[in-house]
Structure formats: structure tokens, C-alpha cells
Design a binder for this molecule. Structure first.
Ligand SMILES: Cc1cc2nc3c(=O)[nH]c(=O)nc-3n(C[C@H](O)[C@H](O)[C@H](O)COP(=O)(O)OP(=O)(O)OC[C@H]3O[C@@H](n4cnc5c(N)ncnc54)[C@H](O)[C@@H]3O)c2cc1C
Length: 460
């Protein structure tokens, strides 16, 4: 465990020289605001917050922190679930809120270079004017830097991949303040070690991302969605596998359980049955291709016992549907006043998805625990969301979470499909990685020998 030094008034003054005194704060309100993410992990605050305006300032701040062995934690939008951006060992919190610009649009290359603090929703609003979009879609109002650092994914991964599949080049500041560029703007890259993807998903433990060139996708000419409830989760999952095997390439393929469907119907005015339900979206080159995909999806869903199938190419109806799905968590929070939530996140190969869901349901029912299941079914990812109102309910959710992770690992999956490890999942890393975890530690020690970057994360 590294012996960190406290942030002294002299350090605060040096930081103020680097970023400007108006962009440094030790105010309690600011520290509190950056002391917890959206998960249920206890709060912990930094000693000082800095809001750099450019990469060289980040580099100078890190060189200073490294010299004095002061912990540094990056902060994007703070929407993580696993305590990823919580400054557990105090020190300096680097917020990227001011570094939120589009640096350059390379429209002819379907690329954009951005600063890390830009929200992906804001980026997509800007790109829409150019007929382009950045596909990864975690739903919450995340920053691009936080998405890269967590390798966020979301509902569109089934077609367009996770964040790691949509980045080409990054500028990164190392722990000692060196500013390096990893990757290039070429879509094909074969020059040496793939450092780009070493930093993606490293949760700010290996370096801080100060710029990124992202891959873009043209906005589809025709977009449609469909909703199909099934009698059982098994039948819905069989339809998921068939939809993928049918080569229809859905842009989203989501499964919600009966409890979640009931909740969304009651609170969002959606016409949903209290049954396991698939939400599907298709992106097509023209109306004819969309019609074909929706008709083929209907045939497949009905073959696997869909109770009904409702498709729409109407943009407003589609938005209402996805708004409800995206805001399912907010709806849960609203409808369980006084309760908190624990959100689980595991992923397995699609062939094991039905087994995993059946095991989760059996354990949940036998323990009498309330939970909602929301899954990015197309890529084998499930979130089990546990409301809890007291210590005992929290403990039960943790026990079941541990069992679900064990089960996912036994089925050839992972303890986290998209939320990252943070502090909450670090205890599962030895079981998931075995000796490969030592290799990760070797890399961490090589790049951050003084252990200043986001201490307390990933490694147990
Ligand atoms: C309701 C809800 C739904 C969600 N749904 C999804 C989902 O469907 N899919 C999904 O993937 N996630 C989901 N998330 C989780 C979260 O939104 C993502 O993990 C997101 O990528 C976090 O981005 P952020 O900007 O908030 O990052 P933060 O939470 O601020 O930080 C995330 C991590 O990145 C580090 N970091 C931040 N900026 C940088 C940088 N510039 N350089 C290096 N490290 C940096 C931080 O230290 C931290 O370790 C959801 C969250 C909520 C609350």
C-alpha cells in the first residue's frame, strides 16, 4: 500500500499556478459533490479539486502529484455505479468538466476528435447536424472520457460495439506527467503493442485521457422499433438467439422482466403486458429494408411464442419507448421512495444467457428478494437491480450479487460487462483473472510506480 502525502496549502497554491486559482477548490460543497457516484458505495472526498482547461495543465498537475506522491482521481460526469471515480484515498480530483470541446470533425473519415469532458449526448446533438453519430449509448449522461475509461457499452453494443470498438486514437497523460499519443487516425493499425486498448477500460489507473479521436457512424435513413412480450424468459431468450442468428443485425436487443414491464407500463403510460418483453431496434438504409427486418423479426418472435408483436417506424413512438427503457432506473427510484438501489452487471456468452437468467430467478425467488432484471440481451449482458431499505436487505443483495457473479464466471462470462470494476467489484478479480491479474499489476507498476492513479480500484 503506497504511503501517500497529504495535499498541503503549498500544493494547492502550486495547482492554482497550473490551472488558475479560479479552477481550484477545497470548498466542502465541491468536495462533497465529487465524493460519490450513482452507485451505493459510501462517499469519500478528495482534498482538492482541479478543473484543467488543457492537456498540458493535466500533465503538470500529474508531474506535481507524482513528485509528492499524492493520489489523483479523474472525474468525468460521476455516473459510474462501482465507485470508479470516488477518490478513496483523498488527494487531487481532476474534473474534466471544462475540457468539453469538439477539437475537430473529420467528416469525410467518419471521425471526430474531442476533449474527454464532452457528454456523449451533447456530442451526438452536434454530430446530428452532419448526419453522423457516436454509437455507444450508456443511457446516463456520461462523458466520453468516463466512457473510454470504463469501456462503457449500453443498448447499441449488439450492432456497433462497446466504446473500445469506437475509438482510434487517444492522447494520454501518464502518472509522471508525460503526454503520449496512442493509436492513430487510421482505421487499420498494426504498429506494435496496442496501447490504445490498454488505456481503454483502465478506469483512470494507468493514465488520464486528455483527447480522443472517435469512430462515427452515419445516421440510418430508416429506423424502426418493435416490442414483443413472451410467456417466459426462456422463450424470449430463444427469440434473441434466433434474431441474432437470422443475420438481421438489430441495433438494440433488450430484455426486461415482467416486474420491469409492469413498472414501465404503470409509470410511463406504455402499453406493456406484465411479461418478459423484448425491445428491438433496427437501423436500415431505406424504408424497404426496415420493413423487411421488422417483418422477419415478427416472424421469428411469433415462432418462439411472442404473445403479441408491435412494430413502429414512427419516430415519436420509438422515442417514447426508448425513453422509458433508458429511464427505467429513474422510474424505479421514483416508485420506491425512501429506498436505495444496488445494480448488478454481469455478462455471459449468449448460449448461456437463458441458464444464467433461470438461475438468478430461482435464487431470487427462493430468498424472497425483490429485484428487477434489465438486460442488454443481444450481447449476453444482464443488470439485476435490487431495491433495499435497510442493512439486512443490502446484505442480501450483496450475497445474491456474489452468487450471480460466481455463476456468470462459471458459465464462461465476466463479473462486469460494462460498468467496470471500480472498488465494488475488485474482490472478484482474482477469481476472474487468476495469474493474469499479476500481469495487470505488473503493467500498473510499470506505468504508475508510485501508485498515485485512482488508488483502491480494480486490484483487491
Ligand atoms: C442509470 C444508469 C444507467 C447506466 N447504464 C449504463 C449502460 O447501459 N452501459 C454502461 O456502460 N454504463 C452504464 N452506466 C454507468 C456509467 O454511466 C458509465 O460507466 C459511464 O461510462 C461513466 O461515465 P462518466 O463520465 O460518468 O465517468 P465517471 O463516473 O466520472 O468516471 C468513470 C471512470 O473513468 C475515470 N475517468 C473519467 N474521466 C477520465 C479521463 N479523462 N481519463 C481517465 N480516466 C477517466 C474515473 O476515474 C472513473 O474511474 C449507467 C449508469 C447509471 C447511473
Amino acid at each position: 500500500m503506497p504511503q501517500f502525502q497529504p495535499v498541503t496549502p503549498a500544493i494547492v497554491e502550486l495547482l492554482a499556478e497550473i490551472v488558475g486559482s479560479e479552477h481550484v477548490s477545497t470548498r466542502r460543497a465541491d468536495l462533497d459533490q465529487h465524493s460519490r457516484d450513482q452507485g451505493s458505495h459510501p462517499a469519500h472526498s478528495a482534498e482538492v479539486i482541479v478543473w484543467p482547461g488543457e492537456a498540458t495543465q493535466v500533465a503538470r498537475a500529474l508531474a506535481l502529484a507524482n513528485q509528492h506522491q499524492i493520489p489523483v482521481t479523474a472525474w468525468g460526469a460521476g455516473t459510474s455505479i462501482e465507485a470508479n471515480p470516488i477518490p478513496l484515498r483523498g488527494g487531487i480530483l481532476v474534473s474534466f468538466a471544462r475540457m468539453d470541446k469538439v477539437v475537430e470533425l473529420h467528416a469525410d473519415d467518419f471521425q471526430v476528435t474531442v476533449q474527454p469532458g464532452i457528454g456523449y449526448k451533447d456530442l451526438n446533438t452536434y454530430l446530428a447536424r452532419h448526419g453522423l453519430f457516436f454509437p455507444p449509448d450508456p443511457g446516463a449522461n456520461a462523458s466520453v472520457g468516463g466512457m473510454l475509461a470504463n469501456n462503457a457499452a449500453g443498448i447499441r453494443t449488439v450492432r456497433y460495439g462497446a466504446t473500445k470498438d469506437n475509438v482510434l486514437r487517444m492522447q494520454v497523460v501518464l502518472a509522471d506527467g508525460r503526454l503520449i499519443t496512442v493509436g492513430s487516425r487510421s482505421v487499420k493499425q498494426s504498429a506494435g503493442y496496442d496501447l490504445l486498448h490498454l488505456f481503454v477500460g483502465s478506469e483512470g489507473t494507468l493514465g488520464l485521457i486528455t483527447e480522443a479521436t472517435l469512430k462515427l457512424t452515419p445516421i440510418a435513413q430508416a429506423i424502426g422499433a418493435a416490442v414483443a412480450p413472451f410467456e417466459t424468459v426462456d422463450a424470449a431468450v430463444e427469440a434473441v438467439v434466433a434474431l441474432r442468428a437470422g443475420g438481421l443485425e438489430p441495433a438494440a436487443l433488450e430484455l426486461i422482466d415482467a416486474f420491469s414491464a409492469q413498472m414501465l407500463a404503470a409509470n410511463n403510460g406504455l402499453d406493456l403486458l406484465a411479461a418478459p418483453t423484448l425491445f428491438v431496434e433496427f437501423h436500415a438504409a431505406n424504408a424497404g429494408a426496415l420493413e423487411y427486418s421488422l417483418a422477419a423479426a415478427q416472424e421469428i418472435c411469433e415462432e418462439f411464442g411472442a404473445i403479441r408483436f408491435h412494430a413502429t417506424a414512427d419516430a415519436a413512438e420509438r422515442r417514447t419507448l426508448w425513453y422509458a427503457r433508458h429511464h427505467a432506473y429513474e422510474t424505479m427510484v421514483r416508485t420506491h421512495s425512501g429506498q436505495q438501489f444496488f445494480i448488478n452487471d454481469v455478462a455471459v456468452p449468449i448460449s448461456a444467457y437463458a441458464t444464467l437468467l433461470a438461475d438468478i430467478e430461482a435464487e431470487r425467488a427462493s430468498r424472497g428478494i425483490a429485484a428487477y432484471l434489465l438486460g442488454h440481451a443481444g450481447d449476453g449482458n444482464i443488470h439485476v437491480i435490487f431495491p433495499f431499505g435497510n442493512e439486512d436487505e443490502y446484505r442480501q443483495s450483496q450475497e445474491l450479487n456474489g452468487l450471480i457473479v460466481e455463476r456468470a464466471l462459471a458459465l464462461g462470462g465476466t463479473s462486469t460487462g460494462e460498468h467496470g470494476v471500480g472498488a465494488s467489484k475488485s474482490r472478484f478479480m482474482p477469481a476472474e483473472h487468476g495469474p493474469a491479474l499479476d500481469v495487470m499489476l505488473t503493467l500498473k507498476q510499470a506505468l504508475d510506480p508510485r501508485g498515485i492513479l485512482n488508488p483502491g480500484k480494480i486490484f483487491p
